[in-house]
Design a protein around this ligand. Structure first.
Ligand SMILES: [Zn+2]
Length: 88
């Protein structure tokens, strides 16, 4: 029996925020007459501090900080540490 891989969270390596996004493409599918998912870009962006890079940290649920857990599960704002300069 195959083992289920451990789910991961993607977090910013600078401020630790789990509010991370990446761009994706969609293709028009003639058969279904709708846009279908075409792929995900490698570049990721932290929505909390503006950091952009291909490589972001991956952590398990057990490794989340209380702040990361609050953002993911309780809808709380992620508190960017004051020592980090927010871009954009
Ligand atoms: Zn960040």
């Amino acid at each position: 029996m195959a083992e289920t891989p451990t789910p991961i969270h993607v977090v910013c390596p600078v401020c630790g925020s789990p509010d991370v996004t990446c761009d994706a493409t969609a293709k028009w599918d003639f058969e279904s007459q709708q846009w279908v998912h075409g792929g995900v870009q490698d570049e990721k962006t932290c929505q909390s501090c503006g950091y952009e890079k291909h490589s972001f940290d991956e952590v398990t649920d057990a490794d989340l900080t209380p702040e990361q857990r609050g953002f993911i599960y309780d809808g709380e704002d992620y508190p960017v540490p004051a020592t980090i300069k927010v871009c954009g």
